[in-house]
Design a protein around this ligand. Structure first.
Ligand SMILES: [Cu+2]
Length: 659
């Protein structure tokens, strides 16, 4: 068994070595240069004062965040904290945002974020929300693109490695998720030796409220214990279907690099979610006891709250016919991508020499004719020959992902041969190829997984940068590359560094997002329970050991900026309301010795920092976000008395009369 795989496994690193080395020596003493530099430069140069044409949203991978870049410049505009605490923005440190990181495992300050997915209307990305998955502690988050802030996180129960997630249906009716690691469901003390018989996978359908964007788990489908990898939803003729790749259909519990690469074909699971939803709406499905968190940021109070949910509806394909079919696909398919017409389902078999493209029409016909090869746990496996639309012959090594332009062309990333290959839908002929530096994973065409691609660029999201940048020790920056696809031949325009791993990215024309931008929160609409609407309302209130400070910040002072009568061991909450009603004037707040980060408070917003003073003394606090010429003067003091002191609470700004 091992022998069969060895030549291939040995060949993979060798091929990578050859590829990267040949590029490394492409020019004397440095990275290979691009041709037509002036031409390329003029295509990416965005003059001062001008806007980029596209927003690019990249996942941060292991930093748990999302990067926001401009295209074609490649300039970084913002890092949105999602699954990881972020000191820059006080995210996960302020009392208002902590709940967004709550899970059934407790407060979870990190995750591995992989796939940004824009909301769609009629199959076209609409710029309202962007979703992203947390792989490690299975979660999905929603970011509101009017504020570029995470406003919702939901845990996925019965899941272990939320990788095939979160892809939207064509009207964002649902976002979908599948588990990478199969585990006993419900979780139990069962040996990995019983993997094949006792471990299960799940596919999860989350309903999205069309007005608020709020997610809720509608149901799950119990699947055989494979590893479910990537996903995409159908559109047009395949609308109502969702597709999930699987590997390890061998159901090995160990040494998967060999054991899970035996079968010549694995499966793309085609899920008829419309039919499954009909079962659920008719009261079918089993209620299963689980525990998961659903966390939402409330617009009015600007505070996130958690809800613990205790059950989920599960459909077993053994009992409910017609909800899931397997499409055999060579070999260990990674990406599954549906073309803009919705007819073609491209399976990227990462160990296959060819690219397999299935046809929706043929799949539906095969289902109608019951053209089954076999049935696994109630799931019919369709006959390969009955569903294939075409094969792209020997396009490259290690195909991972495919995106599309609006002209009927497809672009596939090849990890091992480090390149993007352009090919034609329908004729399956290869049209062009371009090297990437190095080891590309995903790639992105603006709108390239929707019904309306804006096929101007393809962005390569690379795993390794080697010689492309000034060295920074053993680790180099992660990177993306911008490639012009407007002509017949692809042209490399720009390398640009990214924050974290640019695992996947989506891009959208800026004019679809910009008009929705919120410039500040209206103070009169601030319903935070500890908000104050003017400096006159500033106060300090003691309730036993708990002290609430109702503080105002405005250029360039805090009210109050002097507080006395706080005692060692008090639980002090600084509720700071930013009184500004102007764009781009946040204030910060930090106090010496707080075992916490700063607050970053948007105009009109209230944020709370918890502080437990540990020693007597005088503790300065200050604004951490430069706000005016007198920003440095924006500061104050808290005088801390010993425990048991009866010094009365006193506070002021400007005069020593308590406010
Ligand atoms: Cu300030």
């Amino acid at each position: 068994m091992y022998k069969k795989m060895l030549p291939l496994l040995l060949a993979l690193p060798l091929l990578f070595f050859i590829t990267s080395c040949s590029e490394y020596t492409g020019s004397k003493g440095g990275p290979q240069a691009i041709s037509g530099v002036a031409d390329a430069a003029s295509k990416v140069y965005v003059p001062p004062g001008k806007y980029d044409e596209f927003y690019l949203f990249t996942s941060g991978g292991f930093n748990g965040q999302m990067g926001v870049y401009g295209l074609p410049s490649g300039r970084l505009f913002r890092v949105i904290p999602v699954f990881s605490v972020d000191a820059e923005k006080g995210y996960g440190f302020s009392e208002e945002t902590k709940s967004l990181l709550m899970t059934s495992y407790g407060f979870m300050p990190w995750d591995d974020a992989h796939h940004p997915e824009l909301s769609q209307t009629d199959g076209i990305t609409d710029g309202r929300w962007i979703f992203i998955n947390g792989n490690n502690t299975p979660r999905i988050a929603r970011i509101d693109l009017s504020t570029f802030e995470t406003v919702e996180t939901i845990e996925i129960p019965n899941s272990a490695g939320n990788h095939g997630s979160p892809f939207t249906t064509q009207n964002t009716e649902y976002v979908i998720a599948s588990t990478r690691f199969s585990v006993p469901i419900p979780q139990a003390d069962i040996s990995t030796k019983d993997f094949a018989t006792r471990y299960k996978g799940t596919i999860t359908m989350l309903k999205v409220d069309p007005n608020t964007g709020e997610m809720s788990i509608h149901f799950q489908i119990l699947c055989p214990g494979f590893d479910y990898d990537k996903a995409h939803c159908g559109k047009g003729p395949s609308h109502g279907w969702a597709f999930f790749t699987s590997y390890n259909t061998e159901q090995a519990g160990t040494l998967k690099e060999i054991e899970a690469s035996q079968n010549d074909k694995d499966y793309i699971a085609a899920v008829n979610w419309k039919k499954a939803a009909e079962y659920i709406d008719a009261g079918k499905g089993e209620e299963m006891t689980v525990t998961y968190y659903h966390n939402i940021m409330d617009e009015a109070t600007q505070t996130a709250t958690s809800r613990v949910i205790k059950s989920v509806k599960v459909l077993d394909p053994l009992k409910y016919e017609g909800i899931i079919y397997y499409l055999p696909t060579p070999k260990s398919p990674h990406g599954v991508d549906v073309d803009p017409s919705g007819e073609y389902i491209v399976g990227n078999g990462k160990l296959s020499t060819d690219l397999t493209v299935h046809s929706t029409t043929r799949m539906l016909k095969a289902i109608e004719n019951k053209a089954y090869e076999k049935v696994i746990d109630g799931i019919p496996v369709l006959k390969y020959d009955e569903i294939v639309a075409g094969v792209v012959k020997q396009p490259g090594l290690g195909p991972l992902h495919t995106e599309f332009d609006e002209k009927g062309n497809a672009y596939t990333s090849f990890f091992i041969s480090s390149e993007i290959v352009k090919w034609k839908l329908g004729t399956w002929e290869i049209l062009d190829r371009i090297p990437t530096y190095y080891s590309i994973g995903h790639l992105c065409v603006p709108g390239g997984d929707s019904r309306k691609p804006w096929g101007k660029y393809v962005i390569a999201l690379n795993k390794i940068t080697k010689d492309r940048y000034l060295p920074t020790g053993p680790e180099l920056t992660q990177s993306a590359q911008l490639i012009d696809i407007s002509g017949e031949k692809m042209q490399l325009l720009l390398d640009f560094p990214t924050v974290g791993e640019p695992h996947y990215a989506q891009a959208i024309p800026a004019d679809k997002v910009m008009p929705r931008t919120k410039k500040f929160y209206k103070l009169e609409e601030n319903k935070h329970p500890h908000a104050i609407k003017s400096e006159d309302e500033a106060k300090v209130v003691r309730d036993g050991k708990i002290v609430h400070v109702y503080m105002a910040s405005i250029r360039s002072h805090f009210t109050p900026d002097n507080i006395e009568g706080i005692r060692v061991g008090d639980e002090v909450y600084f509720h700071v309301t930013n009184m500004e009603q102007d764009w781009d004037v946040p204030h910060g707040f930090a106090i010496m010795g707080a075992q916490n980060a700063e607050l970053l408070i948007m105009p009109g917003q209230t944020r709370t920092l918890k502080w437990i003073p540990q020693n007597t003394g005088v503790y300065p606090f200050y604004c951490t976000d430069f706000c005016s010429a007198l920003h440095q003067e924006m500061q104050g003091y808290v005088v801390v008395s010993p425990q048991g002191s009866n010094k009365p609470l006193k506070w002021w700004t400007g005069s020593d009369n308590a406010l």
